[in-house]
Design a protein around this ligand. Structure first.
Ligand code: ADP
Length: 319
C-alpha cells in the first residue's frame, strides 16, 4: 500500500487525536501517505479529505476531541453510499482505511471490507464497551473526569449533609459507573449488567445514617435509568430526599490522560501495521497489557462484559 486514510466516527473520546497522530507517523515511517477524512463516514462518502503530513499532527496529542471531527451518518448504512465512498477513495489512490470509533463505526468498517476495501478498527469510546479489548481509548480520561466531579460533589454533600445521585454515561455498559464508583467510594452503584434492589439501596442509606454518616453518593449508569427517576423512586419508597447531578458531556471532553495517550499511540500504530500486512477486517485492542488484533466482526457480534468482580468488591467496601 502507498496511501491509506483515517477517520473518526460516532461519539468522540479523549485520545482519538493521539491515535490519529500515531496512524500518520507510523505510516509515514513506512513510507506510506495518510489522508485524513473529515466528519467520519459523511466525509468518506463525499471523498472529503486532506493529506496529513508529519507536521499536521504536531501539537494535538494533548488535545481532547478529534482533529478530524466526527459525525453520525445514517445513510452510510446503505450499500449505494458505501460503494460511492469506495469509488472516491479509489480515485484518490487510497487503498485502505483506519476507522477510530465505537461498535457502530466498526459495522460500517466491516461493510467496506466485505466490499473489497480493507479497514481496521481502533476502539475510540469513553464507554469501554467494545468486546475483544479490555480498554478503549477515552475511558480512562472519562473516569478521571467523573471521579474529580464526584470528589467535588462529596465536599458539598458533606457540608450540607445531603445525599447525592450522580448519573454517568456508558450507554448499555456499566464500566464508567463501576470504576468511578469504586474509585470515588460511592455507597451504591447501579449498572445495567446487574439488577438493582431498591430496598437494598435504601437499607444502605439508612444504615449509613444510623452510623452517623452525613451523606451518601449513589452512582447510576445512564443505561439503568435517569438520576431523576431514581430520586423519585427513593422519595416515594422511603421518603429519602436526594440531589441529582447529571455529569453529561463533560465526560467526553478534556485533555487525554497519560494512559489514553499511550493507548491511542499503541493502537493507532498497530492498526497501520495490520493494514499494511493486507489484513483488513480486523480490530485492534489490548489484552493482558499486550496489543492484539482480532476479527472485527467479533467486536459487534459478541457482547461486552464488564468486570463484575469490581461490583462485588464495591459492595464489600461500602458496607
Ligand atoms: P459508535 O461508532 O460510537 O458506536 P454509532 O453507533 O452512531 O457510533 O455509529 C457511527 C456511524 O457508523 C453511524 O452514523 C453510521 O454511519 C455507521 N454505522 C453504524 N451502523 C452501521 C451499519 N450497520 N452499517 C454501516 N454503517 C454503520
Amino acid at each position: 500500500m502507498k496511501k491509506i486514510a483515517v477517520l473518526t466516527s460516532g461519539g468522540d473520546s479523549p485520545g482519538m487525536n493521539a491515535a490519529i497522530r500515531a496512524v500518520v507517523r507510523k505510516a509515514n515511517f513506512h513510507g506510506v501517505e495518510v489522508m485524513g477524512i473529515n466528519h467520519g463516514y459523511e466525509g468518506f462518502i463525499e471523498g472529503r479529505m486532506d493529506l496529513l503530513d508529519l507536521g499536521s499532527v504536531g501539537g494535538i496529542i494533548q488535545r481532547g476531541g478529534t482533529k478530524l471531527f466526527s459525525s453520525r451518518c445514517p445513510q452510510f448504512k446503505e450499500d449505494q453510499f458505501q460503494y460511492q465512498g469506495i469509488e472516491k477513495m479509489k480515485e484518490a489512490g487510497v487503498e485502505g482505511l483506519v476507522v477510530i470509533g465505537g461498535d457502530g463505526s466498526y459495522r460500517g468498517a466491516m461493510e467496506l471490507t466485505k466490499k473489497g476495501f480493507p479497514c481496521v478498527g481502533v476502539p475510540g469510546t469513553i464507554d469501554n464497551d467494545i468486546p475483544g479489548t479490555e480498554y478503549t481509548i477515552g475511558f480512562d480520561t472519562a473516569l478521571n473526569t467523573v471521579i474529580e466531579s464526584i470528589d467535588k460533589i462529596r465536599d458539598t454533600a458533606t457540608s450540607h449533609e445531603n445525599s447525592f445521585i450522580v448519573e454517568v454515561m456508558g450507554r448499555d455498559a456499566g464500566d464508567i459507573a463501576l470504576w468511578a464508583g469504586l474509585a470515588a467510594g460511592a455507597e451504591s452503584i447501579l449498572i445495567p449488567e446487574e439488577a438493582y434492589d431498591i430496598d437494598e439501596i435504601i437499607t444502605r442509606i439508612k444504615r449509613g445514617e444510623a452510623r452517623g454518616k452525613k451523606h451518601s453518593i449513589i452512582i447510576v449508569a445512564e443505561g439503568v435509568m435517569s438520576g431523576s427517576d431514581l430520586a423519585k423512586l427513593l422519595k416515594e419508597k422511603a421518603n429519602i430526599t436526594t440531589r441529582v447531578s447529571v455529569l453529561g458531556h463533560i465526560q467526553r471532553g478534556g485533555s487525554p490522560s497519560a494512559r489514553d495517550r499511550v493507548l491511542g499511540g499503541r493502537l493507532g500504530a498497530k492498526a497501520v501495521e495490520v493494514l499494511l500486512e493486507g489484513r483488513g477486517g480486523r480490530a485492534v485492542g489490548i489484552k493482558n497489557h499486550q496489543v492484539i488484533d482480532y476479527d472485527l466482526e467479533e467486536a459487534f457480534t459478541k457482547k461486552h462484559k464488564a468486570d463484575l468482580s469490581l461490583y462485588t468488591l464495591s459492595k464489600e467496601l461500602s458496607i
